[in-house]
Design a protein around this ligand. Structure first.
Ligand SMILES: C[S@@+](CC[C@H](N)C(=O)[O-])C[C@H]1O[C@@H](n2cnc3c(N)ncnc32)[C@H](O)[C@@H]1O
Length: 387
């Protein structure tokens, strides 16, 4: 099989789809992803898809090679230059570390950390196989960073972080940048943060969806397998009692069409039926609706919605242009969800890419409109202004 051809075609598609920089595209053309996912046929290794390599007993992914599209976008956010010292949290298969090593060459340093010893051992083996013995792989809780090789010019987490670790802020050199999939009320955003005096300020923000960090920085977000057959997983910003949601989701829903909210959008049969509601609506809910949730299921697809004990309303983020209310009270929740979609539309359909995020020391007295208080930091989020 022509793996070089497969690789080049994956990179060409990514470049066309999202405008990857030439430096990142060259790194992706140079690093053979299939060596990092042994056992996966090369034609699958070069699809723009995440490849789960490990799961826990409940079936939740605990390690993977992330989707190439988000990896490329985050590498562009990170802006690694030759000679940079780079720390990655979440070694996984080692593929992203290999891309970082290409970008930091000549003269750079890449250290990647993974909390699982087996995963770190495998990443080491893959990097050796790919001819990159100079990349350092360490088994350690990424929350500690890696002071032995600090300071770093760049730090990237390829695992979802509920908060910024103090070690990351300490170990970054002056002028350094970190790119972290940061939780904002259950919404995950890849935020490129630069130091700005006593706080960190976003240079760019992208929606993303990484598995969450384990260890000392594990957050409050919850992902529950509500049902195994059919598969339904529910994610919430924090723990709360929701009764028998499996029964609610199994019951026939009340359907409310999005109707005039579809104006100016692609027809539902095009699949992704609008220009951005699949990232804009979850963002709106995370910032305005404490009962918000996401659901991923065989029958439901990927949805954002509102959950209460024994009732849930869901908006499919791709596909059918309806809101569905399930369980007792489902219709009321569906109307409330529809009102959120209308408010988002009236606000000019803002997107996560327009957010400004500032990360201050914990306890700081900072302006809103939205302030999220975490263990080590206080995060303020400003919505894009209209227009
Ligand atoms: C999505 S994978 C990383 C993908 C990887 N960069 C690649 O290119 O294959 C996330 C990884 O983060 C690791 N992880 C989870 N919690 C961690 C923690 N506290 N410290 C370090 N690694 C952690 C998991 O074991 C998993 O391998």
């Amino acid at each position: 099989m022509d793996v070089t051809g497969l690789r080049e075609s994956m990179v060409a598609k990514l470049t066309e789809q999202q405008g990857v920089s030439e430096r990142v595209a060259a790194a992706m053309r140079a690093v053979p992803r299939h060596l990092f996912v042994p056992g996966v046929p090369p034609d699958e290794a070069y699809r723009d898809e995440p490849i789960v390599t490990r799961r826990d007993d409940a079936g939740r992914p605990t390690s993977s090679s992330s989707q190439p599209a988000i990896m490329a976008a985050m590498l562009d956010q990170l802006d690694v230059r030759p000679g940079h010292r780079v720390l990655e949290i979440g070694a996984g298969t080692g593929y992203n570390a290999a891309l970082l090593a290409r970008l930091a060459a000549p003269g750079g340093l890449v250290v990647c950390l993974d909390i699982d010893a087996d995963v770190a051992d495998e990443a080491r083996a893959h990097l050796d196989e790919a001819g990159l013995p100079q990349v350092e792989v360490v088994c350690r809780d990424g929350a500690e960073g890696h002071p032995e090789r600090a300071p770093y010019d760049r730090l990237i987490a390829t695992v979802g972080a509920w908060d910024l670790a103090p070690a990351w802020m300490e170990q970054l050199a002056p002028g350094g940048r970190m790119v972290v999939p940061l939780d904002v009320n259950g919404l995950q955003l890849s935020v490129a943060l630069d130091r700005d005096g006593d706080h960190w300020t976003s240079r760019s923000v992208l929606p993303c969806g990484f598995m969450r960090m384990r260890g000392s920085l594990a957050g409050t977000e919850v992902t529950e397998v509500v049902s195994r057959d059919p598969q339904v997983a529910l994610s919430l910003p924090g723990p709360r009692e929701l009764g028998d949601l499996a029964a609610a989701l199994g019951s026939a829903p009340v359907e409310l069409p999005l109707g005039d909210l579809l104006d100016g959008r692609k027809a539902p049969q095009d699949g992704a039926w609008d220009a951005g509601h699949h990232t804009g609506v979850p963002m709106w809910l995370a910032l305005h609706e404490p009962r918000w949730c996401t659901v991923l299921g065989e029958e439901h697809g990927f949805c954002a919605g509102i959950a209460e004990p024994s009732a849930v309303a869901l908006l499919p983020l791709w596909g059918d242009a309806v809101v569905r209310g399930h369980g007792p009270g489902g219709e009321r929740l569906a109307r409330e969800l529809l009102a959120h979609v209308r408010a988002w539309t009236d606000a000019g359909r803002p997107q996560p890419t327009g957010l400004r995020i500032d990360v201050h020391p914990a306890g700081a007295d900072v302006p809103g409109p939205l302030v999220v208080r975490k263990r080590h930091t206080t995060v303020s989020v400003a919505l894009p202004s209209r227009g």
